[in-house]
Design a protein around this ligand. Structure first.
Ligand SMILES: Nc1nc2c(ncn2[C@@H]2O[C@H](COP(=O)(O)OP(=O)(O)OP(=O)(O)O)[C@@H](O)[C@H]2O)c(=O)[nH]1
Length: 609
C-alpha cells in the first residue's frame, strides 16, 4: 500500500540523546499539527518522556524475560525484541491502517511520520535478527530513514569522532537504509568542527596533527594515554578518514540541540531529502529482493520451517512446570529478587492502539520454552496463511528470514533451557518425593497418636496417672480433645502443603515454591509442623530421661525423624531455602553482612550480580 508516511528510526550510542531527540521531534511535529505515530522499541527504558502509540514494554516485561531465560541485560533486550518481532505483521498492518487516509473522515490528515526509538544498546538492535526484521519490514512498507544520533561533545576528538563515523558506517552497511547523522547537544558543543572534518580532509589532518603533538594518542607524556603508542593511531585515523570520504558523501548531516530545539527544521528537511532518496534508490532494490524472495519462497519456507521446528523440538516434551526449580534463579541476587513469573505483563492488547481489533494477540505465554516455540509457530503460521493485499508487503516475504534469524538468535538459549529442564525435572522429582514423604508421615504419626486418645481416653489417662483411680470426666474430655486436635493437624498438614489437592482441576504436582498458587501455605506449614515435631521430641526426651518409660523413647524417635526431614525440606527443597535449587550454591555465604560471592561463584560458575 502506497503511503506518504516516512518512518524515522533513531539509533545511537547509549546516552547520545536519542530519547530526548525523539521527544523534541515529536513535540515539533505536534506544534506543526502533523501528529506522528510513535513507537518505543526499548524494552529496558524506565520511562519515556513522550506518549508512544506502540510501546514494547506494554507487551514484554524485560526483567521477567531476563529472569525466565536466565539472561543478562543485553540478552534480555535481544530476546524481548525477538519476541516482539514475531508480531511484526500486526504492527505493520496497524501502521498501514493508521497512515492511510481515513475513508470515513476524508478531511482528517493521515499520519506522515512514524518515529521509532530504539534500545540504548545500539548493537543489540542493529545487529540482532529482530532488529533487522523490524527495520526491513518497516522499510518494506514505508520510506525508512535512520537518524544516527551522535553526542557532539563526546565526538570532539579525532579518535572519538572517527569511532562514531565507523559505527555509523557499519550501521549504514548493515541496514542499507538512508542515514542522517544528527549531531546532538550542540548547545554544549558546536558541530561545525564535525562538518568541517567531514568535508575538508585538510582540516581533519590538521586536528589530527594537533592531537598527536599534544600526545593524545599515547605518545610519551601524552594525556590521552590509551593509544597503541606513538604514531600508530595517527596514521590509522589518517587512512580511515580517506577511506570514509565516500561514505560521507551519502549522508545528510544536521546539527541539533534536543534541549533547545535548534536544528530541528533542518533535520526534517534532511528527512524529506532522504525520503526522496529512498524512493529513488532504495525502493527498487527492495522490490528486486522482494521479487527474488517470492520466487524462492515456498521451497525455502518449507525447508526453514522444518529446520526451525526441529531445533525447537520441545513440543513433544510435555508441559514445563512453570514453578519449581527450573524457574529458579541462576544467581544468588536473582534469587533474592525473585518475583512472580510472568513474561507477558499486560498483554499486547493494551494501550490506545493495541486495543485495536486488528491486533489480535492471543499467543501463549512467552515464559517458557514451549511458549516461545509456540509463539514462533504462531507468528509463522499467521504469515503463511492470510494471502491478502497486505501479502504484497515485504513482511510476508520475509518469512524465511524470520525463521532463520530467530532460530540463530535463540539456538543457544534453547539449548540452555533444554539442559536446565532435564536437570531440574530430575532434581524436582527427588524433592517432591521427600516433601510428600514428610507430609504423609507427619499425618500418619499424628493420626496414630490421636486414635488411642479418642478411642480409649480412660486407658491413656490411667496409663499416665501415678495413682490407681478411674479417669475423671474432665481428663477424658481433654484426652479426646487432644486426639481430635492431633487428627485435625494431620489433615491440615496434608491439605495446606497441597499433598491432597483441594480441587480436581489441579493436575500439576505441588511444589514448595512460595509462589506456587496450588499450595501457598506449604512452606509455613512445613516450618510450623517441623517445629512441632522438634518440640514434641524434646519434651518426650525429658520425660523419658526423668520417668524412664519406653513409650517416650518411641515419641522421641518419631518426632526427631520427622523434625529432621521437615527441616531438610525447609533448607533444601523450598524456594525459600538457603540452598539454591538450581545451582546448589550456598546462599548463606552471600547474604549481608557476610557476603561471600566467591563461594556462590564456585557453584554457579556465574557472575554474582
Ligand atoms: N545539553 C544537552 N543535553 C542533552 C541533549 N540531548 C540529550 N541530552 C542529555 O543527555 C542525556 C542522555 O539523554 P537520553 O535522551 O536519555 O539519551 P539516550 O540515547 O536515549 O539514552 P539511552 O536510552 O540510555 O541510550 C540526558 O541527561 C539528556 O538530558 C541536548 O541536546 N543538549
Amino acid at each position: 500500500m502506497a503511503s506518504p508516511a516516512v518512518s524515522v528510526v533513531c539509533v545511537g550510542m547509549a546516552g547520545s540523546g536519542k530519547t530526548t531527540f525523539m521527544q523534541r521531534i515529536n513535540s515539533y511535529l505536534h506544534s506543526k499539527k502533523t501528529v506522528p505515530y510513535v513507537m518505543n522499541l526499548d524494552p529496558a527504558v524506565h520511562s519515556v518522556p513522550f506518549d508512544s502509540n506502540i510501546d514494547i514494554r506494554d507487551s514484554i516485561n524485560y526483567k521477567e524475560v531476563m529472569k525466565q531465560y536466565n539472561l543478562g541485560p543485553n540478552g534480555g533486550i535481544l530476546t524481548s525484541l525477538n519476541l516482539f518481532a514475531t508480531k511484526v505483521d500486526q504492527i505493520i498492518s496497524l501502521l498501514e491502517k493508521r497512515t492511510a487516509p481515513n475513508p470515513d473522515n476524508p478531511s482528517a490528515k493521515p499520519i506522515e511520520h512514524i518515529l521509532v526509538d530504539t534500545p540504548g544498546q545500539i548493537e543489540v538492535f542493529v545487529w540482532s535478527a529482530s532488529g533487522s526484521i523490524l527495520l526491513e519490514t518497516l522499510a518494506s512498507s514505508f520510506p525508512t530513514v535512520i537518524a544516527y544520533v551522535i553526542d557532539t561533545p563526546r565526538a570532539s576528538s579525532t579518535s572519538t569522532f572517527m569511532s562514531n563515523m565507523l559505527y555509523a558506517c557499519s550501521i549504514l552497511y548493515k541496514t542499507k537504509l538512508p542515514m542522517i547523522l544528527v549531531f546532538n547537544k550542540t548547545d554544549v558543543k558546536d558541530a561545525d568542527f564535525a562538518k568541517e572534518w567531514m568535508t575538508d580532509f585538510d582540516k581533519f589532518q590538521q586536528a589530527l596533527r594537533q592531537e598527536e603533538e599534544s600526545g593524545a594518542f599515547g605518545t610519551e607524556g601524552g594525556v590521552g594515554g590509551f593509544g597503541a603508542g606513538s604514531g600508530y593511531m595517527g596514521s590509522l585515523l589518517n587512512s580511515m578518514s580517506l577511506m570514509l570520504e565516500e561514505f560521507y558523501r551519502h549522508l545528510s548531516v544536521v546539527a541539533v540541540s534536543s534541549m533547545t530545539g535548534d536544528g530541528v527544521d533542518e533535520f526534517f528537511d534532511a528527512v524529506e531529502t532522504k525520503r526522496q532518496e529512498f524512493e529513488r534508490d532504495y525502493k527498487p532494490e527492495l522490490e528486486r529482493k522482494k521479487q527474488e524472495r517470492e520466487e524462492n519462497k515456498s521451497s525455502q519456507r518449507e525447508l526453514e520451517l522444518g529446520k526451525l521446528m526441529k531445533d525447537m523440538s520441545v513440543s513433544g516434551s510435555g508441559r514445563r512446570e512453570r514453578k519449581g526449580p527450573e524457574t529458579g534463579p541462576e544467581t544468588v541476587s536473582e534469587a533474592e529478587d525473585e518475583e512472580e513469573d510472568e513474561i507477558i505483563k499486560r498483554g499486547l492488547a493494551d494501550g490506545e492502539d493495541f486495543s485495536d481489533e486488528d491486533y489480535d494477540y492471543a499467543g501463549p505465554s512467552a515464559g517458557d520454552e514451549q511458549g516461545l516455540s509456540e509463539r514462533y509457530k504462531q507468528a509463522l503460521s499467521g504469515s503463511q496463511s492470510a494471502p491478502s493485499d497486505a501479502d504484497n508487503s515485504f513482511t510476508r516475504l520475509k518469512l524465511e528470514h524470520i525463521l532463520t534469524t530467530l532460530k540463530q538468535n535463540h539456538y543457544h538459549h534453547l539449548a540452555k533451557l533444554k539442559t536446565a529442564k532435564v536437570r531440574d525435572t530430575l532434581t524436582d522429582a527427588k524433592w517432591i518425593k521427600v516433601f510428600q514423604t514428610y507430609t504423609y508421615s507427619t499425618a500418619a504419626w499424628l493420626s496414630l497418636q490421636s486414635v488411642p486418645l479418642m478411642v480409649g481416653p480412660s486407658m491413656i489417662v490411667a496409663m499416665l496417672l501415678d495413682e490407681t483411680r478411674p479417669a475423671s470426666s474432665i481428663e477424658i474430655y481433654f484426652a479426646r480433645c487432644l486426639g481430635f486436635s492431633l487428627l485435625t493437624i494431620a489433615v491440615l498438614t496434608v491439605m495446606l502443603t497441597g499433598s491432597i489437592p483441594l480441587t480436581s482441576s489441579i493436575s500439576e504436582p505441588v511444589t514448595t515454591a512460595d509462589s506456587d498458587p496450588k499450595a501457598p501455605y506449604a512452606l509455613p506449614t512445613l516450618v510450623v509442623t517441623s517445629l512441632f515435631h522438634a518440640i514434641s521430641a524434646f519434651y518426650a526426651y525429658t520425660w523419658y530421661v526423668t520417668r524412664g518409660q519406653g513409650v517416650f523413647a518411641v515419641a522421641v524417635g518419631g518426632g526427631s525423624i520427622l523434625a529432621f526431614i521437615g527441616l531438610w525440606c525447609v533448607l533444601f527443597a523450598s524456594s525459600g531455602g538457603k540452598i539454591s535449587r538450581r545451582t546448589g550454591a550456598d546462599k548463606r555465604t552471600t547474604g549481608f553482612p557476610f557476603a561471600n560471592s566467591e563461594a556462590a561463584k564456585k557453584h554457579t560458575g556465574k557472575k554474582i550480580l
